[in-house]
Ligand binder design. Structure first.
Ligand SMILES: NC(=O)c1ccc[n+]([C@@H]2O[C@H](COP(=O)([O-])OP(=O)(O)OC[C@H]3O[C@@H](n4cnc5c(N)ncnc54)[C@H](O)[C@@H]3O)[C@@H](O)[C@H]2O)c1
Length: 291
């Protein structure tokens, strides 16, 4: 029998995009750039009608136009803005199937002994309350629509392991991990899945800006950050995540491929938070073992 050869990357790239989200209606907060923009493009390529909800109006609207979607100005810290984003989905297509609560900010850095509490509150109003708003209005519409749905929230490796983000940021992302589980517990009966994705070290504008600020090197590029994370922050040595990697995870969680997954946190960290590699020499065979 003739054996087919393994597919090469080039063949993979030429393969027509499958439509894993055909006719689904998605709202993506923080969808104007970075991870959210990559998800908006990927969702649209997979047949979804996408609403980009962000505060960066120019690039958000341009992106939405380019993928046949809609743009809405939406500051997720404002409950009424998030309500309007969900309402737009209902007015436009009569339904919402996917809510991707992705908007987030890094917030203040520095010692906990000198944290500016107003900055902490600002961060929580976006990273935590913004997601509560998203789950609240998407869940209400999905329950009413009786078709189930998928709610995805962007958490972070910083919500799993200390030392990967500022104190307020860490607090906000760990809070999302609890929230996704309690929401999944309530909403499963309606066929609504609630899951988190937790990226790590993705060289988006947010992360590159943070590296520039912390290292005092204002000319750092995304490639520089990618190289540093790949070398020091990944078990897959030399490999750092891209916004497309995270978008693929969001697509999986949004699609029926993840139809039996809820209350889960899908971590995209190249294994970094799973193992400490400082003693990985113990896995090398000694001369004695190899004779
Ligand atoms: N880049 C990483 O390494 C990394 C790691 C873990 C988690 N995350 C999370 O991924 C998400 C996306 O971040 P990114 O890395 O793409 O950064 P980014 O800065 O490129 O994108 C963030 C987006 O959120 C939008 N946004 C910010 N405040 C908003 C608000 N109040 N209302 C609506 N939109 C708002 C921004 O305008 C921007 O479009 C964030 O939740 C972030 O915490 C990122």
């Amino acid at each position: 029998m003739e054996q087919s050869l393994p597919m090469h990357d080039e063949d993979e790239a030429r393969r027509p995009p499958s439509k894993r989200l055909a006719n689904k209606v998605a709202v993506i907060t923080g969808g104007a750039r970075g991870i959210g923009a990559a998800a908006a493009k990927l969702f649209a390529r997979n047949g979804a009608h996408v609403i980009v909800a962000d505060i960066l109006d120019d690039i958000g609207a341009t992106l939405a136009d380019s993928i046949g979607g809609r743009y809405i100005h939406c500051d997720v810290s404002k409950e009424a803005d998030v309500e309007s984003a969900v309402e737009l989905a209902l007015k436009w297509k009569g339904r919402i199937d996917i809510m991707f609560n992705n908007a987030g900010v890094p917030g203040p850095s520095g010692s906990i002994s000198s944290l500016d509490m107003e900055q902490v509150k600002d961060l929580l109003s976006i990273n935590v309350l913004g997601v509560v708003h998203g789950i609240k209005y998407a869940a209400a519409a999905m329950i009413k629509g009786r078709r189930g749905g998928s709610i995805i929230c962007t958490s972070s490796s910083a919500g799993i392991m200390g030392g990967l983000g500022g104190h307020a940021y860490t607090l906000s992302k760990e809070a999302l991990n609890g929230l996704a589980k309690s929401a999944a517990c309530e909403l499963g009966v309606h066929g609504i899945r609630v899951n988190n994705i937790s990226p790590h070290g993705v060289p988006s504008e947010m992360l590159v800006d943070a590296y520039r600020m912390h290292l005092g090197k204002m000319d750092m590029t995304a490639e520089d950050v990618s190289r540093i994370v790949g070398e020091r922050g990944s078990l897959l040595r030399g490999r750092c995540a891209t916004v497309e990697d995270v978008a693929e995870a969001a697509l999986f969680m949004a699609s029926e491929d993840a139809g039996f997954i809820t209350g889960h946190n899908l971590v995209l960290d190249g294994g970094y938070t799973s193992a400490c590699s400082t003693m990985s020499f113990i896995y090398q065979n000694s001369n004695k073992d190899t004779v």
